[in-house]
Design a protein around this ligand. Structure first.
Ligand SMILES: [Zn+2]
Length: 281
């Protein structure tokens, strides 16, 4: 009998405890109705305080976009380049970039200068085909060498290919903001008609938002690809993507192709993605 009474008392005590713990919850549920003065005196909820600094000012772009992991033919911001501005059919550019390129090419034409796109958007898969061709030796590199045979050391081989070609995931050609014009050879732009083309671009490209990111190394930038007088970038959009790369991209994100293991050792993001003409920023 005594045991039964004890059990009953314990049960009542337990029920009271439960009620007791429930009360603060009910009170807490009413806290949002507190006056503004009360609310202002309270510290902000932890979740909000932590979320604010990581909010991205350019949410229209993602790391996937920066790394070219999309199909420009399916992307709503991209258009096909008209054959009259290119050496062949089938190039894609961002609409904003293309609109300004057309204005620039038409203005150049009026001055007797022809700007012809010879490469535009290349996504990750396209860049992988180029890079792996050079890595395995099925495509010769710019000095005419079979890199696989001439540079057996992986880091040396990667650095040699990186003189002119990006690792997949780290190319500005992924972005739809960058074009190669007329010829992939600096010499073309240093004499004859090409010299006039380059002089026109240096004088006028900025009026349409374009800049040469791979300028002479050592003057306007300390690292990265060799100079490319043919590569031009639409800065109003490319700057946002460069800023996002600086904030969010790391070497260990670069992968999924032959030779990718050298990316961290080389420091591809810092030296190549961000190794651009400072006047373009
Ligand atoms: Zn290029």
């Amino acid at each position: 009998m005594r045991i039964l009474v004890l059990i009953s008392l314990l049960a009542v005590a337990y029920a009271c405890t439960q009620q007791g713990t429930a009360q603060p919850d009910v009170a807490a549920a009413h806290l949002p109705e507190a006056t503004n003065d009360t609310a202002a005196a309270m510290p902000p909820p932890v979740a909000e305080a932590e979320a604010a600094p990581v909010a991205d000012p350019t949410p229209e772009f993602s790391i996937e976009y920066i790394m070219g992991k999309f199909d420009p033919a399916q992307h709503p911001d991209f258009v096909v380049v008209d054959k009259k501005y290119a050496d062949k059919e089938g190039y894609f550019l961002r609409k904003d970039t293309y609109e300004h390129f057309v204005q620039m090419a038409d203005a150049a034409k009026a001055d007797g200068i022809t700007l012809t796109i010879v490469s535009a958007t290349r996504n990750f898969e396209r860049q992988r085909a180029i890079w792996e061709g050079k890595w395995t030796g099925s495509r010769l590199i710019e000095n005419g060498a079979n890199a696989a045979k001439k540079y057996p050391n992986p880091k040396t081989r990667a650095l040699k290919i990186l003189e002119y070609s990006s690792m997949p995931g780290s190319s500005r050609h992924h972005w739809g903001t960058d074009v190669d014009i007329n010829d992939l050879d600096n010499y073309t732009f240093e004499q004859g008609p090409g010299k006039k083309v380059y002089a026109w671009m240096v004088k006028h490209a900025h009026e349409y938002g374009f800049c040469q990111p791979y300028s002479v190394k050592g003057e306007s930038r300390s690292s990265g690809y060799n100079e490319e007088k043919w590569h031009w970038s639409y800065i109003p959009v490319a700057k946002k993507l460069t800023d996002l790369a600086a904030r969010s991209m790391t070497d260990d994100m670069i992968g999924g192709f032959k030779g990718a293991e050298t990316a961290v050792e080389i420091g591809v993001v810092e030296k190549y993605v961000l190794g651009i003409n400072q006047a373009c920023l």
